[in-house]
Design a binder for this molecule. Structure first.
Ligand SMILES: [Zn+2]
Length: 115
């Protein structure tokens, strides 16, 4: 449910960007969503279709790039994607630590149509 306000925010940012550029519509929004960002891309997509109705963002393509989280092994100093039900390093078996990879949440680009 907490995707609702964040989706409103995305639409607000894109709409402001469109106004700044005297655009007639927003065509494309690229969003980066990490696995550990706390947000679910599919939910944002769903809310986007609902909230954007009647706004300058209506009909825009929302492209969501999902980033898989990565762990880091404290012994080998390597980063890796974990296997299901395991945090173990693929090289030595030690449990890894979470990294910042996978916590991303940002708008990568906004494309608008200018008459
Ligand atoms: Zn290791």
């Amino acid at each position: 449910m907490h995707e609702y306000p964040v989706t409103e925010q995305i639409i607000k940012i894109a709409s402001e960007k469109a106004k700044e550029n005297n655009a007639i519509k927003v065509c494309h929004i690229a969003l980066v969503v990490g696995e550990h960002s706390g947000f679910i891309g599919e939910s944002i997509q769903m809310y986007f279709d609902i909230i954007s109705r009647g706004t300058i963002c209506e009909g825009a393509i929302l492209e969501i790039e999902n980033i898989k989280a990565k762990w880091k092994c404290p012994l080998c100093d390597i980063t890796y994607m974990r296997q299901p039900y395991s945090f173990a390093c693929p090289k030595c078996g030690q449990d890894g630590l979470p990294t910042n990879i996978g916590k991303e949440f940002y708008i990568k680009s906004i494309e608008v149509e200018v008459p």
